[in-house]
Design a protein around this ligand. Structure first.
Ligand code: ATP
Ligand code: MG
Length: 505
């Protein structure tokens, strides 16, 4: 039987990087074939070759046994290939409809027929159980909703092979269930999925086959029954520990105190409702919750990026409510933002420029008038080594780093500033197992040095492992504050769904 897709001997080079080295990959109808591999292993590149975004240097692609030649994403779409990129490609100020029909002509329609498009979009959404408002502007949507738009866009264009590049990294547990239901539905229709994720368990659950890449090479293809340990070993080339080892650290003075903080979200609705808690030196304070329950707004209010309507934020006993972000930063607050491509990095700048973005105007980076590029270059290379950032040099543009390496770059920059308070929003999102282990070590090190860390994550296991105390947030309200060792996962799950701590049995 001929395969739906065969990629043979694919090689793709970038200046100074062999991103894909002679890789074979195939896919059958009705199957899920996943790609696993460390950050920078070459997964997105291989898929971008398949989606026509990049042209391979060597190798061939066969669709249903026929050799194809893609010169653009449109060629790939014509061949039934749709890709949902790791970093979405939507235009925020346009509506869902406009984004979906952008660049394609409607049959026999001289003008864009919005109503017709809206109807068709709604049909696809209903069929696959996705909830979306076609008339909403993309910037108003949550990340999960934006992803739905990307998926609908691919299906609207007739995708038979749907490539999902780390779709679950940005989804809530509930949204992941919905995504997987949609995948089941697509498979029943004999479509096929290529799935990329760093979450090994989820990959094992959803896949028929798994291919592991490491440093641009294919390590092997195995059945989804392969053990978690074996897959991790294939990915990283060594054994990986999956648990966090914490020393006890005695609590120091209070670093951050929130009292009855209230704020609105982008849609003008109440996002934070009388939020109060405090964090001390040497403490990791977790905020657990399903994404979109006020976590982003909470971090933004503390960082001065969003106005608090009520209540107060105190940093080392000083009122910093509604101070501007730069002032807050300079007092000793560091921030690992939720969206590394929008707020974390300037994608057109290179690594060294990004590394000193927060303090380029101060010594030792600058002598008052001139930037000291020699110092900055050395400093950046030290951090590249220390944080194991995979890049050809300090002059590589941030946009050319793999997703995980972009995240490491932000982490290096923010931790190196030795902040009193670190606001860490999904700091391990999109990282491979080895890198997650590393970030956890770094955060524990920072905790040991007496820093206060506000750790926001939707991964229950992770947050319960790493936090000293944690609060569960639901619809902008704190449902309760707990110590991880004093509650069960189920109890936290209930609180995430809106049960107050006092109501737990
Ligand atoms: N446009 C580009 N220009 C130069 N180098 C690139 C470009 N895109 C990717 N690379 C490099 O190619 C290698 C593979 O990157 P790729 O994005 O495919 O990794 P990945 O496996 O998807 O990693 P992650 O899990 O972090 O997303 C990396 O070293 C990356 O820096
Ligand atoms: Mg990638």
């Amino acid at each position: 039987m001929s395969k739906l897709l065969e990629m043979k001997n694919i090689t793709k080079r970038f200046p100074g990087v062999l991103a894909n080295d002679n890789i074979d990959f195939s896919l059958e109808k009705g199957n899920v074939h996943s790609l696993l591999g460390e950050n920078g292993a070459g997964k997105s590149t291989l898929m971008s070759v398949l989606s026509g975004l990049y042209k391979q240097d060597e190798g061939e692609i066969y669709i249903k046994g026929e050799k194809t030649n893609f010169n653009s994403p449109n060629d790939a779409i014509k061949n039934g290939i749709g890709m949902v990129y790791q970093h979405f490609m939507l235009i925020p100020r346009l509506t869902v409809i406009e984004n979906i029909i952008l660049g394609i002509k409607q049959d026999n329609e001289p003008f864009i027929n919005e109503k017709k498009a809206a109807r068709e979009i709604q049909e696809i959404a209903d069929k696959y159980g996705m909830d979306i408002d076609p008339y909403a502007k993309v910037w108003q949507l949550s990340v999960g909703e934006q992803q739905r738009v990307e998926i609908i866009k691919a299906l609207y264009r007739g995708a038979e092979i749907l490539i999902l590049d780390e779709p679950t990294a940005v989804l809530t547990p509930q949204e992941i269930v919905e995504l997987f239901n949609m995948v089941e539905q697509l498979l029943k229709e004999d479509k096929a999925i290529i799935f990329i994720s760093h979450k090994i368990e989820e990959v094992r659950n959803i896949s028929d086959k798994i291919t592991v890449l490491r440093e641009g090479k294919k390590i092997g293809t195995v059945d989804a029954t392969a053990s978690k340990e074996k897959l991790a070993q294939m990915m990283v080339g060594r054994e990986v520990v999956f648990t966090v080892d914490k020393d006890t650290v005695s609590l120091g003075k209070e670093v951050l105190k929130l009292e009855n903080v209230e704020a609105q979200n982008n849609k003008g609705l109440k996002a934070l409702d009388k939020v109060s808690f405090e964090i001390h030196r040497g403490e990791i304070y977790g905020i657990a919750g399903v994404d979109g329950n006020g976590q982003s707004e909470l971090i933004e209010v503390i960082a001065g990026l969003r106005k608090a309507d009520n209540g107060s934020v105190k940093f080392l006993n000083e009122d910093i409510t509604n101070k501007d972000p730069r002032t807050i930063l300079r007092k000793g607050v560091a921030h690992i933002p939720e969206d590394r491509q929008v707020c974390g990095l300037v994608m057109d700048m290179d690594i060294k420029e990004n590394m000193v973005m927060q303090d380029y105007h101060e010594a030792p980076h600058c002598n008052g008038s001139f930037m000291d590029w020699n110092y900055i270059t050395k400093h950046t290379n030290d951090l590249i080594d220390q944080y194991n950032i995979k890049a050809p040099s300090e002059k590589s543009e941030a946009r050319n780093l793999s997703g995980g390496n972009q995240q490491k770059l932000i982490l290096a920059r923010e931790l190196h500033r030795e902040p009193e308070l670190l606001l860490a929003m999904h700091p391990t999102r999109g990282l491979d197992v080895g890198a997650i282990e590393y970030v956890h070590e770094k955060l524990l090190e920072a905790r040991k040095e007496g820093r206060a860390i506000l750790f926001v994550s939707t991964e229950l296991d992770e947050i319960m492992n790493i936090s000293d105390r944690m609060a569960v947030i639901y619809e902008g309200k704190i449902m309760g504050e707990v110590k991880p060792e004093e509650v069960t996962k189920e109890e936290v799950g209930l609180m995430m769904a809106g049960t107050k701590k006092e109501e737990l049995k």
